[in-house]
Ligand binder design. Structure first.
Ligand SMILES: *Cc1c(COP(=O)(O)O)cnc(C)c1O
Length: 393
């Protein structure tokens, strides 16, 4: 069925051919519990270790560090909390500005606010959907002033202390270029790798370049602990601080209850970590099923005019967390009719997030030129991405 002009029915039909006869409704991303989930969770219930400490928390942290290749992983309650702590341990202070991509899930921005800092929106690349290095550099050259105390924003007078990079939909961002800019402009680099467990930049797992990085294990992510997140770092001291302040900053002692700074109760419960341990065992299989699905989409959409399937960048490997179609600029008006038709047919699809600068609580934030973000937000359609859509072999 090759047509010369795109219409919603051709997108719906093409999706259907890739979905392995999935039965409607087909969710955007479903969790898969086919390993030791029951066994490990039952063990928590049987032994009574369901709460804020336990062997699964330690095991999950060790196995996460091993899988991602970082020195230290700290498990926490969710991805948003992990970002807040990442900014705090990275030295972001109240009143600072943090550079945030304009097209991201709202949590990246909220976490900056939770630290008392100010989001400053930067543009994304149309190829990787991560922060655009070229536009970032141009923006910083325009508004930045280097001082012995760091980089200051000439327009606001505020210190710009960090850049947070997002590996959007699982596709690794252009880390060499972004790390280079951070070292040149004296910015701390934080990676929001919430969407990119199992994604690699030049052979190295995402989350290894920034001083601190974060993961999310929400129910819609590649693996889930129900709710959960983690802080990753290759700096042992920062890892210690992150563990300490997310566990109420209690001084270790057999019975004494003393605390040495303002801490948080952001501990991941053992019962959630048990789920995480089982999910990590299944992760390689889940990733390979997700890549199979992405490969089917890629082939199927090659034939279709007016729309492109977003493939992983040449320099990296994507986990294809959320598969993504991008309409050509002159087809953007078809986005809503496509969303309408596919959702009516029980195939869950959705647009990208609203650009951060358009949200009422962030409308007054500083921003650079974010034209790519605006354009992409009007043309992206996320399509079903669950590993269960690939049959067992
Ligand atoms: C999911 C997500 C988060 C937040 O994680 P939660 O566990 O839902 O709090 C943060 N950033 C990005 C880019 C995400 O996709």
């Amino acid at each position: 069925m090759i047509k010369t002009k795109l219409d919603p029915s051709i997108v719906a039909a093409t999706l259907t051919t890739c979905l392995n006869k999935g039965v409607a409704p087909i969710a955007l991303h479903e969790p898969s519990f086919r390993g030791n989930e029951w066994l490990f969770v039952k063990d928590c219930l049987d032994t009574g270790w369901v709460s804020s400490v336990g062997k699964y928390v330690d095991k999950f942290e060790q196995e996460l560090a091993a899988f991602t290749g970082v020195k230290r992983a700290v498990a926490v309650v969710n991805g948003t909390a992990s970002l807040q702590i990442a900014f705090e341990v990275a030295g972001v202070c109240p009143g600072d500005e943090v550079l945030v991509p304009d097209l991201t899930f709202v949590a990246t921005t909220s976490a900056v606010k939770h630290c008392g800092a100010n989001p400053h929106f930067v543009d994304i690349s149309v190829t990787s959907l991560g922060v655009d290095p070229q536009k970032l550099r141009e923006g910083l050259e325009k508004i930045g002033r280097q001082t012995p105390e760091g980089l200051f924003n000439l327009q606001t007078g505020k210190k710009i202390s960090a850049l947070v990079v997002v590996h959007t939909f699982g596709h690794p961002a252009e880390m060499d270029e972004l790390a280079e800019i951070c070292s040149e402009f004296k910015l701390t680099l934080v990676e929001d790798a919430a969407e990119s467990i199992g994604s690699y930049y030049k052979g190295q797992h995402t989350g290894n370049v920034g001083l601190v990085s974060t993961l999310s294990f929400n129910g819609n992510k590649t693996i889930t602990t129900g709710g959960g997140g983690a802080i990753l770092t290759n700096d042992a001291r920062i890892g210690e601080i992150a563990k300490h302040i997310t566990t109420t900053a209690k001084i270790p002692h057999r019975w004494k209850f003393a605390h040495d700074r303002v801490g948080y109760n952001f501990r991941m419960p053992n019962i959630n970590a048990a789920l995480g341990c089982a999910q990590l065992e299944s992760l390689p299989l889940l990733l390979s099923k997700k890549r199979d699905l992405a490969a089917r989409y890629q082939i199927a959409f090659e034939e279709i005019p007016g729309v492109k399937f977003l493939a992983e960048p040449k320099y990296g490997k994507s986990n294809y967390w959320l598969n993504t179609l991008i309409l050509d600029e002159d087809q953007a008006q078809l986005r809503d009719p496509i969303l309408e038709l596919t959702n009516n047919q029980g195939i869950q699809t959705r647009p990208a997030w609203e650009p951060m600068h358009t949200l009422p609580m962030y409308a007054d934030c500083q921003r650079m030129d974010v034209s790519n973000s605006i354009s992409m937000a009007s043309r992206i359609i996320n399509i079903p991405s669950s590993p269960c859509l690939t049959p067992d072999v």
